[in-house]
Design a protein around this ligand. Structure first.
Ligand code: GLN
Length: 202
């Protein structure tokens, strides 16, 4: 198989670390700012950032509909933090009129851990992984009311948010509340790359 190309939405957000992790996995990693760049991608990462700004910029740069369409037609996608919000079919506590690309049959609650809880870290048991994932949360969302085809991959282990859903998969859509691009652990990105291999073999 030729080297897959994985894009990182690059109009706003935390792009560089994702590119670095993807490159270390041997894929061709590119920033995506226009639809011609998206066309060349086999998969896409929607990074952390500010989900309202990211959606507005995607509209301004004519990327919104192309991304929505590619996700709807099965392109593997990983959304982290703000990226998870952008994948929600429904959002809670969104800005008025806030748009999402959709793809994940769930409600994603924005700033779910409370505005005063700016950031925290913790170890999570993650479905299919032998060792826990060290997760960094920054004004993070969580997932509520997942539909029947949504697989829960990780929940918060302890504290006031114990049991809250922070990683999910629905077909080729993967989303985490936390930032897997930080901390030297490439296992979540590997899931995305594996998804490309699976979807091109079918
Ligand atoms: N709270 C941000 C938003 O609503 C997400 C924060 C992040 O991506 N680190 O978009």
């Amino acid at each position: 198989m030729t080297t897959p190309t994985v894009g990182v939405f690059a109009l706003q957000g935390d792009v560089r670390e994702h590119l670095r992790v993807l490159e270390s996995l041997g894929v061709h990693a590119v920033g995506v700012r226009r639809s011609s760049e998206l066309d060349a991608c086999d998969a896409l990462v929607l990074p952390g950032g500010e989900s309202t700004t990211m959606a507005k910029l995607a509209r301004t740069f004519d990327l919104f509909e192309p991304i929505r369409r590619r996700i709807a037609t099965g392109m593997p996608v990983l959304g982290t933090c703000a990226g998870m919000i952008l994948l929600g079919d429904r959002i809670a506590d969104g800005a008025p009129g806030q748009e999402t690309f959709g793809g994940l049959d769930a409600t994603v609650r924005r700033n779910a851990f409370g505005r005063q809880v700016d950031s925290f870290e913790g170890d999570l048991r993650f479905a299919g992984m032998a060792d826990p994932v060290h997760a960094v949360f920054i004004r993070a969302p969580w997932v509520e009311d997942p539909g029947p085809s949504v697989e829960v991959l990780a929940r918060v282990a302890e504290g006031p948010a114990a049991g809250r859903i922070v990683a999910v998969r629905q077909g080729s859509v993967l989303a985490t509340s936390f930032h897997p691009e930080w901390g030297g652990d490439d296992r979540v990105h590997r899931l995305l790359v594996d998804q490309i291999r699976d979807s091109t073999q079918e």
